[in-house]
Design a protein. Structure first.
Length: 94
């Protein structure tokens, strides 16, 4: 389900995405320490900016309306791949 520009302008959704952040270490590691690497459970809150055809969810933590009131400006954008997402919760943004 893609979010159209018109839907975003009319009523952007405030969401919380619960996701897993993969982990990596870019240094030489002894074999016995290979199992000491674990992903992180994360939560990100922001405005739903869009969703790609492959399911990547795009959110932004800040939103502003242009002076003409015809467009929104987004800041601090994050793209979270579908495979990392555990749950999406729509929040009440009154």
């Amino acid at each position: 389900m893609a979010v159209t520009k018109k839907e975003t302008l009319i009523r952007p959704k405030l969401i919380r995405v619960e996701w897993v952040d993969p982990a990596s270490i870019s240094r030489w590691t002894e074999e016995e320490d290979l199992g000491n690497l674990a992903e992180r459970q994360c939560q990100t809150v922001g405005w739903l900016v869009g969703k790609s055809t492959k399911g990547t969810v795009m959110i932004a933590s800040s939103m502003s309306v242009t002076e003409q009131g015809e467009d929104r400006l987004w800041a601090d954008r994050t793209a979270i791949p579908r495979g990392c997402i555990r749950r999406i919760v729509v929040l009440d943004a009154r």
